[in-house]
Design a protein around this ligand. Structure first.
Ligand code: 8DG
Ligand code: CA
Ligand code: CA
Length: 476
């Protein structure tokens, strides 16, 4: 799991073993026995290390002189996260994720407080620390360490992005900007804001000062300006302007209808229409089958799908698919696979292990549903029923069904799990960094001119030379 979970989770990870190590200095009383500190000498020097160890012990902390089994917290100064990891590799300590890797500023904060302070995100070693002045015990004010982000990748597939977003006020603002540029079909600016949003979602701390974003990739001038405004004013005037913009508001409404994209919205806007009600009232408009369903079930479809609803629908889908293919594998993908509790639809991936495929499966499934009163799908329904007469005791839910040949299953799973930005970056990484072409079916190595087979998502990451990223860490 991600090391950078909520601080509450981090502080719970305490080790019980080895409470009576002989290595421990016994001249001071141990007041805080549930954390065991080890101070890294690397780049610190022996004398300073001895001094800090002694200070810690005097304040009632358990400070080990060796990296024993009982150590829970490793403290380093002027070392990057990767440098510490590298050093740990040489120590043969097994799984290094059991340690809290902390900057010296955490230790000094503890010394100042006279007790362990929460190992908050800001103290975690993650990106390289600004060189060379580290907070020193001689300096009276103990500043939060300034991070520069030389180690943060520009590709979200090289970052871990859980649903813990510490920078929601920024990322919400960027997403409004991105959406507005999408409505204007300005793909470059749209992507710029989507990338920035994705990057800030991956940070394990809240940005509170401009210094916090120093050196980060994906932060261009436009993005920087908005961050600055939000830090200083609490909100961005540019974002407010967009939210009040007539065109943005109309497009936002139109695109909330299933089957309506930017092109249709543009057409309706030019016709002088501004709201969903106005479109609905205009009987001269030609609507596609999907749009008709979109209006018919508008209220249901704009309300989110819950996890419980997804699980209930999953049973229906599995049952129906298995009447035709008893061995079929039906998996929920999309946001629910990434651990989200709500979604705008439910995505299913279906495959049949073994050689047998059924090109007709989806048609068969939908035909069967059409015959069942409880499961309605008006996009497949030929009768056009725009007025609802009866009292409704059910909810329309959008379901995406994808069927894939078994050999392509892992590629389809990776692609359909998303997030959309994660997928975009995977493909961009494959092509720019590896000269490979990735899609939802295959991975092609352009240099070797071969398709790379993969029986699992892990194998695809390995083909790309990437560390594996779990589905719940793909919320980029
Ligand atoms: P949500 O429903 O929770 O709001 O979000 P989501 O589950 O992440 O998004 P989604 O729009 O349902 O799409 C799920 C993933 O499927 C997303 O990462 C993109 C991917 N995907 C493809 N091809 C296509 C496609 O043709 N249309 C859509 N809508 N998504 C696709 O790989
Ligand atoms: Ca979805
Ligand atoms: Ca979907």
């Amino acid at each position: 799991m991600d090391r950078f979970k909520a601080p509450a989770v981090i502080s719970q990870r305490k080790r019980q073993k080895g409470l009576h190590s002989p290595k421990l200095s016994c001249s001071y009383e141990i007041k805080f026995s549930n954390l065991v500190i080890f101070i890294l000498q690397r780049k610190m020097g022996r004398t300073r290390r001895m001094f800090l160890m002694e200070l810690g012990r005097r304040k009632g902390f358990r400070v080990e002189s060796e990296l024993s089994d009982s150590v829970t917290h490793i403290v380093a100064e002027n070392n990057s996260y990767l440098e510490v990891l590298d050093w740990l590799k040489g120590q043969a300590v097994g799984d290094s994720s059991r340690f809290e890797l902390l900057d010296i500023s955490w230790f000094t904060a503890c010394m100042e407080a006279g007790r362990p302070v929460d190992s908050e995100i800001k103290y975690h070693l993650m990106v390289r620390q600004e060189q060379p002045q580290s907070p020193s015990l001689n300096t009276p004010e103990l500043e939060m360490p300034a991070f520069i982000a030389t180690k943060v990748s520009q590709y979200s597939c090289q970052r871990k992005t859980t649903l813990n977003n510490y920078n929601k006020k920024f990322t919400d603002a960027f997403e409004v900007m991105a959406e507005n540029y999408e409505f204007k079909e300005n793909e470059i600016f749209c992507l710029e804001f989507l990338r920035a949003a994705s990057l800030l979602k991956s940070l394990p701390f809240s940005v509170t000062r401009m210094k916090d974003i120093q050196g980060l990739p994906c932060v261009g001038d436009q993005v920087r300006d908005i961050i600055e405004e939000i830090i200083e004013e609490g909100e961005s005037s540019r974002v407010k302007e967009v939210l009040n913009d007539e065109r943005y508001k109309a497009f936002k409404q139109f695109t909330s209808v299933f089957g309506v994209g930017v092109k249709t919205s543009e057409k309706w806007y030019r016709m002088g229409l501004r709201t969903v009600e106005e479109v609905k009232a205009d009987k001269t408009l030609k609507l596609s089958k999907m749009q008709k369903a979109g209006f018919l079930y508008y209220e249901d479809l704009v309300s989110c799908v819950s996890k419980a609803e997804a699980d209930a629908v999953s049973l229906i889908v599995k049952n129906t698919v298995c009447t035709f293919l008893p061995d079929a594998l039906v998996t929920i993908t999309g946001g629910f696979r990434r651990g989200k509790n709500i979604g705008h639809d439910i995505d299913f991936l279906i495959t049949n292990p073994g050689p047998r495929e059924d090109d007709e499966l989806l048609h068969k499934v939908i035909d069967l549903w059409k015959k069942q009163p409880g499961v309605d799908n008006s996009t497949c329904n030929t009768s056009e029923k725009l007025e609802m007469a009866e009292v409704k005791d059910w909810k329309a839910i959008r379901v995406d069904l994808v069927i894939t040949p078994f050999e392509q299953y892992s590629y389809a799973l990776l692609g359909w799990t998303g997030s959309r930005q994660f997928g975009r970056d995977l493909r961009r990484y494959a092509s720019h960094e590896r000269k490979m072409i990735l899609d939802n079916h295959a991975l092609y190595d352009r240099r070797k001119r071969i398709f790379l087979k993969a029986g699992s998502e892990e194998e695809i990451f390995a083909h790309l030379g990437l560390d594996y990223v779990e589905p719940w860490e793909r919320n980029a």
